[in-house]
Design a protein around this ligand. Structure first.
Ligand SMILES: Nc1ncnc2c1ncn2[C@@H]1O[C@H](COP(=O)(O)OP(=O)(O)OP(=O)(O)O)[C@@H](O)[C@H]1O
Length: 273
């Protein structure tokens, strides 16, 4: 056990035969003396598994995943992290003008002594992380001058440079166009195929249907549902979760039958007869 933060334990356990990377039990959180944001959450994420966290705005998705990542101390319960966890925040901003390479090298902070410069091993890890997400060609670009999709990939590379075996991402594809959504989802899917445990929040149930093995729904603080994505994400459940009619028909795209999410916005086009 390397460190303990209240009830949250960080426990790299290389000798364990369990493939459970993140193990949360009885997790509850409230800000100060406010209302519970969520309570009694139990979940496990295995190596190579993707967990999507869905719920309407302000239901506590960010709060939950920051507890899982160890950035926030839960009010109740415990999270056991058996591997290093990399966190990818929602914000794409950078406080100063950094190159892409220097952004990714920040992920090496825990390996670099105070006032020391990154060494060859750090540069090697940063290059491997850039390569892993397919953006080696951007390494000398100014991070602030990149598009939202490119920045998202840089932040994933920065997390990978930590040597993490679990990745927790807050809305990794929310601000991206369709092609960049596919690109980020493809990277996460490939990382999971290589054994990474992936947790991501999303406002896109179809992203969960594409890549998530498990989904966690925050219906309200006392009603948290965790289950197999394809079983949990029915039209009826999504309609009730988001408060509008949602259909989930099977369609064939590119020769592949896929369940898609079609919300009824309740608006009739003016040119419709
Ligand atoms: N530091 C804080 N102090 C007090 N309340 C907070 C704090 N941070 C978040 N909250 C509140 O906790 C609730 C959950 O916030 P959180 O950001 O976790 O929700 P979310 O589901 O990620 O929201 P969104 O989908 O809009 O990003 C919200 O009501 C929010 O206002």
């Amino acid at each position: 056990m390397t460190s303990t933060t209240g009830t949250t334990t960080i426990e790299p356990d290389c000798a364990s035969h369990s493939t459970t990377v993140l193990d949360a039990t009885g997790l509850g959180f409230r800000y100060g003396r406010g209302e519970w944001i969520f309570r009694d959450v139990d979940l496990q994420v295995e190596a190579g598994e993707v967990l999507a966290v869905l719920g309407p705005n302000a239901r506590g998705k960010t709060t939950l995943v920051t507890c899982l990542a160890g950035l926030r101390k839960p009010t109740k319960g415990e999270v056991i992290r058996r591997e290093v966890v990399g966190y990818v925040p929602q914000s794409h901003g950078a406080a100063a003008a950094f190159s892409v390479l220097n952004m990714v090298l920040m992920g090496r902070a825990r390996f670099i002594r105070a006032y020391a410069s990154p060494g060859p091993a750090d540069h090697e890890a940063a290059a491997a992380a850039l390569d892993r997400v397919g953006i080696s060609h951007l390494r000398d670009r100014d991070y602030q001058a990149l598009s939202g999709g490119e920045r998202q990939l840089v932040l994933i590379a920065r997390a990978l440079a930590t040597g993490c075996r679990a990745l927790v991402l807050d809305e990794p594809a929310s601000a991206l166009d369709l092609r960049n959504q596919a690109r980020v989802l493809g990277v996460l899917h490939a990382l999971a195929e290589d054994g990474m445990a992936v947790v991501m929040t999303s406002h896109h149930p179809e992203h969960a249907l594409r890549i998530a093995d498990q989904t966690l729904l925050i219906v309200d603080a006392a009603d948290i549902r965790v289950g197999a994505t394809t079983e949990l994400l029915t039209g009826a459940t999504l309609s009730s979760l988001y408060g509008l009619p949602v259909a989930t028909p099977e369609v064939s795209i590119g020769g592949l039958s896929q369940r898609v999410v079609v919300p009824d916005y309740g608006i009739r086009r003016r040119d419709a007869d």
